[in-house]
Ligand binder design. Structure first.
Ligand code: C6P
Length: 403
């Protein structure tokens, strides 16, 4: 399959518009990706053709909605090599991690240890702080090296028989560092710890196989994977999900209810109380089916070439400092311009039609560790091309002259 990025980009209607009088250059893909026509149509078709509640109605529309909803779950399961019953719909990565921190975290005891890393997004820090506060467990943090990679020797030194959970991101949203998670999971398992991977920034860039990774939990969001907002996934190893108490109580998650006691539905419904985001699930299923039909190896190579090109230009750009230079990083160029606040740089780029994110990227402890208030972050996706990089650097030259 040969790559035709122009044709691929043409499938994303939002990208063909002008903003502030300039053709849009969208480099904020770490925050959310844009949606292809196939996803927009799947959501539209759901509402036009079969909007109904799932698993409940004794009528055609409900059967059809249920089929689309459950087919989407199967697409997710195939996408990460899990089984259907191990795929729980959530609102996104944040909710998925909170579910594990609450339900698996309920078994934590005083003196147990939870290991996270300096690279974590707030959503893989705060739920664990809350779980530790409830249980008396202790939070341990893997330190960072100068290039933005984790200090693996320090990680190994943190692990011991008290380590109950290791929860780390697969890819850093702020720096693009790809963590050696296979190795990290093996080390965690050697001390009997359960592992959770935050896959929010990984799934859109390369294939993920939860069985090969051998992780216990894997979390990601639909909206960073060309799907809609408000839908996400928690993968959990079946035996662990079965042993965990449910999270929210209500309809769907029960088998029987009496005023004396209730019993729980089978997996995955035990963790899906209430009417789910049906259109969201259908949209995410369509996004995954669409992505799986692309040549992902070629797209990953395309993204890597974009990052190489951008990095080479950045290194030659006077006054620009790259933040995070770990080998093998993906799709993110975080930087600072001498004497300029990231926020001002972002605003001046926006005036030229270039969308980036600025600030701490919900990684305040990481920024503290780096001794900076934040960065300007250009994050790339499969539909970006060399003209976007060209426009970014032309705009940055102007920013420099303004400041
Ligand atoms: N990062 C960014 O601009 P939600 O909001 O639940 O879909 O995803 C949270 C989340 C968790 N982990 C990582 C590694 C993430 O990057 C994110 C979201 C966005 O970097 C918005 S802060």
């Amino acid at each position: 399959m040969s790559l035709d990025i122009a044709a691929l980009r043409g499938q994303f209607p939002i990208l063909s518009q002008s903003v502030r009088g300039k053709p849009l250059v969208y480099l904020d893909n770490g925050a959310t990706t844009q949606k292809p026509e196939a996803v927009i149509q799947a959501i539209d078709a759901y509402y036009r053709e079969c909007n109904s509640n799932v698993h409940r109605g004794a009528h055609y529309l409900s059967d059809e909605a249920t089929a689309r909803f459950e087919n989407a779950r199967q697409s997710v399961a195939d996408f990460i090599n899990a089984s259907r019953e191990e795929i729980i719909w959530t609102r996104g990565t944040t909710e998925s991690i909170n579910l594990v921190a609450s339900c698996y975290g309920a078994s934590l005891k005083a003196g147990d240890e939870v290991v996270i890393s300096t690279l974590e997004h707030h959503s893989n820090i705060v739920p664990w702080q809350m779980a530790c506060e409830r249980s008396g467990a202790i939070l341990k943090v893997i330190p960072l090296q100068a290039d933005g990679s984790l200090d693996l020797a320090a990680y190994r030194a943190l692990l011991n028989e008290r380590t109950r959970i290791v929860a780390v991101t697969q890819v850093s949203n702020a720096l693009g560092t790809v963590n050696p998670v296979t190795e990290m999971i093996r080390d965690a398992k050697a001390v009997g710890a359960v592992t959770l991977l935050d896959g929010a920034q990984a799934v859109s860039h390369f294939g993920v196989d939860v069985r090969a990774l051998d992780c216990d939990f894997y979390a990601f969001s639909g909206h960073k994977l060309f799907g809609p907002t408000g839908i996400g996934v928690l993968y959990g190893r079946k035996a662990l999900l079965e042993a965990m108490p449910p999270w929210l109580g209500g309809g769907e998650m029960i088998e029987t209810v009496s005023f004396e006691r209730s019993t729980w539905n089978r997996l995955p419904y035990k963790f899906e109380a209430g009417t789910p985001n049906i259109a969201g699930a259908v949209g995410l299923g369509a996004a995954i089916d669409w992505l799986q039909a692309q040549d992902r190896t070629a797209l990953a190579a395309h993204e890597a070439a974009l990052l190489r090109d951008a990095t080479t230009r950045a290194e030659a750009f006077a006054g620009m400092r790259l933040i995070g230079t770990a080998p093998g990083k993906v799709a993110v160029m975080s930087f600072l311009l001498d004497g300029a606040h990231p926020h001002d740089v972002g605003q001046l780029l926006d005036q030229q039609g270039v969308a980036v994110r600025t600030g701490h990227h919900c990684t305040m402890p990481l920024m503290d560790c780096l001794g900076i208030p934040g960065t300007v972050r250009a994050s790339f996706s499969i539909y970006n091309d060399s003209s976007d990089i060209e426009r970014l650097f032309t705009a940055l030259e102007k920013v420099k002259s303004f400041l």
